[in-house]
Design a protein. Structure first.
Length: 492
């Protein structure tokens, strides 16, 4: 039976609520903007408050008889070829935890790419799941990590046949994609589920020229942030399910452990509207975005000192399997400066915000919302950056470790280290100690060191030199990294 994607159950229920003139004697206390501070209303506008109501006892009745949310989730599942979809208003940071815990429980093993987001590590800390870390594929020349290989997962399952499943991040924040078809086959030969943290891939199902998305590649659970590459509001996330290796009731129950009992209807509306937009117009909108990205990439390549990382840079033997061109990753090392300084200069002097910044790159994320006007602003700013490159030299050096130096020994479970007896030691005394906190350059939020790992000198120098150069490490107890939180010796 054909599904009618012109429907938007959440948005339609909101409209009915307003038209009916419902008078609420429930939270939220602003009562449809009437009680909100006038200055707040002036800045936000009343529409924000008009869309902010209870999901049960407001958008729907107290028993959910209208099945507003369920119908919206079913439409989303149909649009992306999933069997089940669940909405989350707590971001993919919640969704990925729910996915992990639907596959493995306390002290059970889960294969995890070591390039996982901090939210995965948080899930390990909360759950007590035992991670079996898989090294990313490391590009020594460009000093960038890509998702682990199929062969790495195959070897890990052979060494740990009791592992309950696998988790991989694809695409990475830089747009590099794993061989999801191959990973799914490795998992399914053993009757184990594959979880994909596809937070950066909300757009992938809606255009054939984009990399294959997780559900079509055979993954069992997929987590997607609609606010990253889609039109949803911040914190809007969905997780999708296919196959019979993970039960939908289990996945929903795990999500309930972390989710709020006061979900934002505004976020539900954003998710619902994004699905309708993509189902009806996604191919056209993303086709235009891809054409624009190709033109922007070619234009940036003509700017002195800049190089756009493309498929030839990211894909090939020992590298990524596929590549999303919409995150425009720009190598600024030819300007003799760092990504940190370049990003700061663009914001201060041209009011342009780059997404990522690292020791040699910035990323300018393009979506279906961009057009010739925004592309022109970006290109003009980058040309100006090139002209002022001398002002950004010399950039403080970041001591990036080799792949072997980056791989720290996991001494104990992340949970045990995080909740153990800890102390703060001077950074110069941290090498050799078991770290009890996440040391996470952000964005993109991939920990360089995580609880339970034994720090070594190269990683300590990388983090310290990175902070001096402009790296942001917000998770650390001391973001300036003058001290590091470690386990008290004898407790590892």
């Amino acid at each position: 039976m054909a599904v009618d994607h012109t429907q938007a159950p959440v948005l339609e229920a909101l409209s009915r609520y307003r038209q009916a003139g419902e008078v609420s004697f429930t939270p939220p206390g602003h009562k449809q903007a009437r009680g909100a501070d006038p200055l707040v209303r002036e800045v936000l506008g009343d529409a924000v408050f008009h869309g902010d109501l209870l999901a049960s006892g407001g958008l729907d009745d107290r028993l959910g008889a209208g099945q507003v949310l369920e119908r919206a989730e079913a439409l989303m599942a149909d649009a992306v070829h999933a069997s089940h979809t669940f909405f989350s208003t707590c971001g993919s940071s919640l969704s990925v935890k729910a996915a992990m815990l639907s596959v493995a429980g306390p002290h059970e093993k889960l294969l995890v790419g070591r390039d996982a987001h901090k939210s995965v590590v948080s899930g390990l800390i909360l759950s007590g799941v035992r991670p079996i870390w898989l090294d990313p594929q490391w590009d020594e020349e460009r000093r960038i990590a890509h998702p682990p290989s199929v062969e790495a997962f195959e070897r890990a399952f052979e060494e740990h046949p009791d592992a309950r499943g696998a988790l991989v991040t694809s695409p990475t924040p830089y747009g590099a994609c794993a061989d999801l078809d191959g990973l799914a086959r490795v998992c399914h030969r053993r009757g184990r589920p594959l979880v994909v943290d596809e937070a950066w891939g909300a757009h992938l199902p809606f255009h054939p020229d984009l990399p294959s998305w997780a559900m079509d590649a055979g993954a069992d659970v997929c987590v997607t942030s609609i606010h990253k590459m889609g039109s949803g509001l911040e914190q809007g996330s969905v997780f999708h399910l296919r196959g019979d290796l993970v039960q939908p009731t289990v996945l929903k129950s795990r999500a309930d452990l972390f989710g709020t009992t006061s979900p934002s209807v505004l976020l539900y509306a954003g998710l619902d509207g994004w699905r309708r937009q993509m189902a009806l117009r996604g191919r056209d909108l993303l086709g235009r975005a891809l054409d624009l990205a190709a033109r922007v990439r070619a234009a940036i390549e003509e700017i002195d000192g800049l190089h756009v990382n493309d498929r030839a840079d990211f894909c090939g033997p020992g590298l990524a399997d596929d590549f999303d061109p919409l995150p425009v990753v720009i190598d600024v090392s030819g300007l003799g400066t760092s990504g940190y300084r370049a990003a700061d200069w663009l914001r201060e002097h041209r009011s342009v915000d780059a997404h990522l910044a690292d020791h040699r790159r910035i990323s300018a994320q393009l979506t279906h919302a961009d057009d010739e006007a925004t592309a022109g602003i970006l290109l003009d700013a980058l040309r100006d950056l090139s002209r002022h490159a001398a002002d950004l030299r010399p950039a403080p050096e970041v001591e990036v470790p080799t792949p072997g130096e980056l791989r720290l020994e996991q001494v104990c479970l992340p949970r045990d280290a995080y909740f153990g007896e800890v102390e703060d030691v001077p950074v110069h005394a941290a090498a050799g100690r078991i770290v009890a906190e996440m040391l996470t350059p952000y964005p993109p939020g991939i920990p360089a060191a995580l609880p339970g790992e034994r720090l070594d000198g190269p990683v300590v120098r990388y983090q310290s030199s990175g902070v001096r150069a402009g790296m942001n490490v917000p998770d650390a107890a001391d973001p300036e990294l003058k001290t590091v939180r470690v386990l008290v010796e004898g407790n590892g």
